[in-house]
Design a protein around this ligand. Sequence first.
Ligand SMILES: *[C@@H]1O[C@H](CO)[C@@H](O)[C@H](O)[C@H]1NC(C)=O
Ligand SMILES: CC(=O)N[C@H]1CO[C@H](CO)[C@@H](O)[C@@H]1O
Length: 544
Amino acid sequence: MHLLEMIIRTFLFLIGLVLKPLLKIIFNVIYGGSNSEKVSKIRQPLCLHSATRLAKMIRNKEVKAVDVMQAYIDRAKEINPIVNAIIAERYNEALKEAQKVDDILDRKEGQGKYSAVNAPFLGVPFSVKEAFGVKGMPHASGLVIRKNVIAEEDAEVVKRLKEAGAIPFIITNVSELCMWYESANRLYGRTKNAYNTGRIVGGSSGGEGCVISAGASIMGIGSDIGGSIRMPAFFNGIFGHRPSKELSDSCKTSFLKYLNEFITGLVPNEGQYPIADGTDADLLSTGPMCRYSEDLLPLLKVYAGAKSSEANLDQQVDVRKLKFYYMEDDGGSMLVSNVDQELKDAQIKAVEYLKNNLGVCVEKVNIHQLKFSVQIWSAKMLAGGGTSFCEYMADKKGKVNAFKEFAKWIVGQSNHTIPAIGLGMAENFNGMSDQQTQMFMQMGDKLDEEFQSILGNDGVFLYPSHPKIAPYHNEPIFYPFNFAYTGIFNALGYPVTQVPLGLSKDGLPLGMQVVSTMNNDRLTIAVACELERYKGWTEPDSSL
Ligand SMILES: *[C@@H]1O[C@H](CO)[C@@H](O)[C@H](O)[C@H]1NC(C)=O
Ligand SMILES: CC(=O)N[C@H]1CO[C@H](CO)[C@@H](O)[C@@H]1O
């Protein structure tokens, strides 16, 4: 260890010794105890089936699509005053569209016409993160100056899900411009965790995580550039999958600026705001969030469309034949919190389950570059231009002066959140020299090689989804780099599924990531399905 590193570590350790317990006390006073509540138990039986099962029941006319929609609307209305996750609804239109599905199925020409292949989600409601366009619905991405922006068309994945028969019914909250892991903004306020309203839902797809966990939506659309699907899926105890995203050459150590349309990926990103358009575009991927693991693969197939075959999504997976590896933490990054002991214990128990039930070997590995996850992610994210965050803050009409905005914020006169202002200010400093950027990019390439040699095309890697169980509101400001546990896999382009693992002793969700190499999405999903047999989503229940 370098002397400098040792000094910094000692310093941080001493600060941590004093500051951390103090912060814990302060946050507990503000957001803990009697100020927090839970949403009530789900009273609508239709809200307790998977999307796949609901679609089958609707197709077979065992239930009416309109009754399913009504159940979800009732539940959404019940929980939203407590969690503030839904920022717009289209209940009347959705009910009419559900009625149309029932009518078609009642008519002779509709009978036998629909199957799990041509309409896998016929009549099933879905929610969408506000960053995605849904025709006629708000599309502000939590930015005050975009408050009147209405989407003129559907984002590509919304289109695909509609073509699969599903019906959008609610739009959910995000962090300002989707660049923070707490979903709060000056336009729609703060979203609260259904398991404990003093806690965050994560971000940026935080509204999605919340409504799905609370039984107010069965499936949704998220996007993930540093963990925006997996962090909220983790904090809310549901499944979330970040699909494979092949890195272009320019994200592998050269610095070419290029256009978004040249970028490949299993699932298209088109139709979201903001859309990454520099090297950061390589890190962004769109994917499914859901409560039941059996919906992951059919959803991913719909989102990926014709590209499903590229990733062999139809190929059967025998989980007993996979190689399993795990790490309990990143090896001790100075910038990231230590992993909570309860999360480590949950991971070890899941490892034991896999060993005992599949008879597989689960080997502990030590991949030392993971310690530099923040730096590797940052190097890849910032290397290649594109629209700056301050330009996005001004809705691309000029540029926000983040320092001026900070001064306004201090006197309560800013339309921006402090994480967005902080990110805007940070953008003005060149955090890394070109040389350092190059060095961490190369380290990323090495990490990729190492993972490929360990995992090959038949291995999965188990890793914490986040170092901390759902923090209190505003607490993430003190831990800005904790997204590194998810972000590192964006920098590698790998597919990852966040898997819920029951609840902590305080009744908050536990979970972990299942990671594989490029286009092996089906492996991480197959392991997620296996782990659900051990522990999956657990209902929030205020009577406990
Ligand atoms: C914030 O937004 C509101 C509504 O768009 C606007 O009237 C107000 O002037 C803005 N405030 C600042 C400080 O920019
Ligand atoms: C707490 C809060 O600000 N809630 C808002 C969420 O968004 C809806 C729709 O814009 C508003 O009506 C709420 O006031």
